[in-house]
Design a protein around this ligand. Structure first.
Ligand SMILES: Cc1cc2nc3c(=O)[nH]c(=O)nc-3n(C[C@H](O)[C@H](O)[C@H](O)COP(=O)(O)OP(=O)(O)OC[C@H]3O[C@@H](n4cnc5c(N)ncnc54)[C@H](O)[C@@H]3O)c2cc1C
Length: 456
């Protein structure tokens, strides 16, 4: 064992365990089920998009074929979000191409189901074997995942049964009879690092793997796609409602592309340090890995999961200071009434302040659809403002700080008008974003932190 980075214990800044292992199809099943409950959404499955074309007057035509009936259909849309994966048709349609960030490795991905406990350490095992790098993790109550780098000449066809997999997975399943291990999936993937050269053409956007591909070593592929959609969806809602100018849509690529690039770079670094360098690399790993926890702050950095701040844009006003909160995420802190930041603020802009606002300032923010969150000494958000040398912060609907500082009057003035709120009062059940509507928030000017909320 080279080193152990234990993530157990305290929650991360988002209010949940720092790392979460799950089976992606289960998450996608939940998302599809949730979509069906959204009255504004029509879900069409089993169709294949064949073309996306813009008419030059702000309309996009999407052509698709129903796979069951073979019928060709079209829809007209104002905006199209291309989330169609690595081989994106939408990307081709807007003439974007992938920049190669120089990483390509073939790996075998194995999912096994078993009711027998494997009794392994519950974190992610990164096996830095110079002959064959590997990863192992538990991804559910009875689900286990292995990834092994394929050697020259090997293919998935060489490993199509539990018996054939024994030389690879043997160390983890020692003593467990093969008939207690069900092979759910064995597939070959080529891990790549790529970034689309542009993420937008007028009213068509690229999100997720259509815009970026990363080797999965830091588990940030799907996460990056989720960040894309968090970043873009509220901006689109604001533009469609008429609160935000169309130009804010430019900030999507400005903010997200450098962020995706930084995480791809990190994944490449981890991948290379885990897998490359032959015997010399192995020696270096043996020497360095056990000593990494001596590097001040590195352990926290690795385990905290904080990603780089978003780049400067019209919606991220960063001064030169490194400690500025702008572009960073507001922590999803526990408030003193036991609720979390995202329970009470989701959907709109929030003005987080550690000084009381004047009635005029409250009225101005209320008119712009902003919630006010007054924080008290001793609370997590109070400390967060202090660490960022700020008295107040403007937090966007995607929890990113737009601007922070000590001039409260100037910050109030800088707050954009954004009156899009989730259906209801913003207290949507966790996990559902709710259909957007254009209306002011109903509860304005309340002091959420430490005091009961006023409800109107
Ligand atoms: C082995 C492996 C391990 C991974 N581990 C992690 C991890 O630990 N953490 C993490 O965050 N990410 C991980 N990822 C990455 C993650 O799986 C992807 O980043 C994520 O699935 C991308 O989501 P997406 O919606 O952008 O694209 P996809 O998941 O590829 O979905 C695209 C969808 O569009 C549909 N589609 C494509 N073309 C068309 C068309 N013409 N018409 C209609 N529909 C179309 C497809 O059918 C598909 O449903 C891993 C990936 C691999 C391969």
């Amino acid at each position: 064992m080279f080193a152990v980075f234990d993530r157990a214990g305290e929650n991360g800044r988002h209010g949940h365990p720092r790392a979460n292992m799950f089976d992606q199809p289960e998450l996608e099943h939940l998302m599809r089920t949730n979509l069906k409950d959204q009255s504004t959404v029509t879900l069409r499955g089993n169709v294949e998009v064949t073309d996306v074309a813009q008419d030059g007057h702000g309309r996009v035509r999407v052509d698709f074929t129903d796979r069951l009936t073979g019928e060709h259909e079209s829809v007209l849309a104002t905006y199209v979000l291309g989330c169609d994966g690595a081989n994106s048709v939408v990307r081709t349609a807007i003439g974007a191409t992938m920049e190669d960030l120089q990483f390509e490795q073939r790996w075998l991905v194995i999912d096994v189901a078993s009711k027998v406990e494997l009794d392994q350490w519950e974190g992610v095992h990164q096996v830095c074997d110079p002959d064959r790098a590997a990863t192992y993790m538990r991804i559910g109550d009875t689900r286990y995942r292995w990834e092994f780098r394929l050697l020259e000449g090997e293919t998935a066809a060489d490993f199509e049964s539990i018996e054939a997999l024994q030389p690879l997975i043997g160390p983890w399943v020692e003593g467990i009879p093969c008939d207690q291990l069900e092979l759910v999936r064995v597939a070959e993937y080529t891990f790549r690092a790529q970034l689309a050269d542009r993420w937008r053409d007028r009213n068509v956007f690229l999100l997720g793997d259509a815009a970026h591909l990363t080797p999965p070593f830091v588990g940030q592929g799907l996460c990056a796609g989720v960040r894309d959609s968090m970043n873009l969806s509220w901006k689109l809602a604001g533009v469609l409602c008429g609160d935000l100018p169309e130009s804010v849509l430019d900030t999507y690529e400005e903010e997200r592309r450098p962020h995706a690039r930084a995480l791809i770079r990190l994944a490449k670094l981890i991948g290379v340090s885990m897998t490359q360098g032959g015997r010399a690399g192995d020696l270096l790993r043996r020497l360095l890995a056990p000593r990494l926890h001596w590097v001040p702050g590195l352990r926290d950095r690795l385990l905290d999961g904080e990603t780089p701040p978003l780049s400067r844009s019209a919606l991220v006003m960063r001064p030169g200071r490194r400690r500025s909160l702008a572009g960073k995420l507001c922590p999803n802190a526990l408030l003193t009434d036991g609720s979390r930041y995202d329970d009470v603020t989701r959907g709109g802009f929030v003005f987080v302040t550690d000084v009381p606002l004047s009635p005029q300032q409250r009225a101005l923010l209320a008119d712009r659809g902003t919630k006010v969150l007054e924080v008290r000494p001793g609370s997590r958000l109070y400390d967060w403002l202090s660490e960022g040398r700020a008295t107040a912060a403007l937090v966007r609907p995607d929890f990113t700080v737009m601007r922070a500082g000590r001039d409260v009057a100037a910050l109030c003035e800088a707050m954009p008008r954004f009156r899009v709120a989730p259906e209801g009062d913003g207290r949507q059940v966790s996990g559902s974003y709710g259909p957007a509507r254009c209306s002011p928030w109903r509860d304005v000017g309340e002091e959420l932190d430490g005091r009961p909320q006023r409800r109107h």
